[in-house]
Design a protein around this ligand. Structure first.
Ligand SMILES: C[S@@+](CC[C@H](N)C(=O)[O-])C[C@H]1O[C@@H](n2cnc3c(N)ncnc32)[C@H](O)[C@@H]1O
Length: 279
């Protein structure tokens, strides 16, 4: 169990898809255009949201390998993708999907990326991708990841890495203290050593550039409004729970902050998208 519930991932999916930076996505889509068949590995796939977001922009024949260490999420990915597709068949462990006239073959792999990265990257592919994953890993792991990717000269595209910016409307006097405490929690170990949190994209940029890759970065903020009320409430609940774990904010102040967030009319959460390629 990863601590990410399928319900939370489903709640955020539409905000995630709306937020993706179109220019960064175009860079990888253009690089893969014209290939008869595109193979993609999605690491930390959850229920497959990243596939549902990116596949409609790729070519007519796609092969995806979805990797996560959480068996329950991989099961939810299989079910969700079968419902999402226009047509779905099982072939052994794989899914053969048709969506908007694209043939999409999907394989699932349960693997712990903290310990088993090399094996995962040994699967031949045209690109490795990830969504909402890199703020969980450590700077050391990012350095290792960049070296492994450079050794295989793999393209890399990741979206929705938290960048530390949050803006709630209306603002509340506790915002700054809550955000500082949340960032302290962000740095806690999520299984890869002290997490890079909002520094992850900078670490990726430095790591890929060290190995000679060309890189591109773009913003992909969640821009939430009244129609995202449930997501804003669940987000505030999650932030408050994380902040409480740090023990750095008085319970009353935190309760006041969460109460104020019940009346939030808008919220912007900063993310960055990133693309790197060799040659
Ligand atoms: C925030 S969720 C994002 C899921 C999905 N990419 C999305 O955008 O909806 C982070 C994902 O990373 C996975 N994860 C965390 N640590 C992992 C590890 N050590 N090995 C493999 N997957 C991991 C979690 O199980 C979860 O699915």
């Amino acid at each position: 169990m990863s601590g990410f519930s399928p319900q939370w991932l489903a709640l955020r999916e539409s905000a995630d898809h709306r937020a993706v930076n179109a220019q960064v996505r175009k860079a990888i889509v253009d690089d893969l255009a014209g290939q008869e068949r595109v193979a993609v590995v999605d690491i930390g796939c959850g229920t497959g949201s990243n596939l549902r977001s990116l596949a409609p922009h790729l070519g007519a024949r796609q092969v995806w390998r979805l990797v996560d260490y959480d068996a329950a999420l991989l099961g939810a990915a299989r079910d969700t993708l079968m419902r999402w597709a226009d047509d779905a068949r099982e072939s052994g462990d794989r899914l053969l999907l048709v969506k908007d006239q694209r043939a999409i073959e999907v394989a699932f792999l349960q693997a712990d990326l903290a310990t088993g990265l090399s094996d995962v990257l040994d699967h031949k592919c045209d690109a490795v991708t990830a969504a909402a994953f890199f703020d969980l890993v450590s700077e050391d792991w990012i350095g290792h990841f960049c070296a492994e990717m450079a050794a295989r000269r793999r393209r890399f595209y990741t979206v929705l890495t938290y960048d530390g910016r949050e803006q709630w409307t209306p603002p509340s006097p506790e915002d700054a203290a809550v955000l500082a405490a949340f960032h302290r929690h962000q740095a806690s170990d999520k299984g890869f050593g002290a997490a890079a949190g909002p520094g992850a994209t900078q670490a990726l940029a430095a790591g890929f550039q060290r190995h000679g890759a060309k890189i591109m970065t773009g913003t992909s903020p969640w821009q939430l409004g009244p129609e995202d009320q449930m997501l804003m409430q669940e987000l505030a609940r999650g932030i408050a729970a994380a902040v409480e774990e740090t023990g750095t904010i008085a319970k009353d102040d935190l309760a006041r902050w969460q109460e104020a967030r019940r009346n939030a009319s808008a919220c912007e959460i900063g993310h960055l998208d990133f693309y790197a390629r060799f040659g």
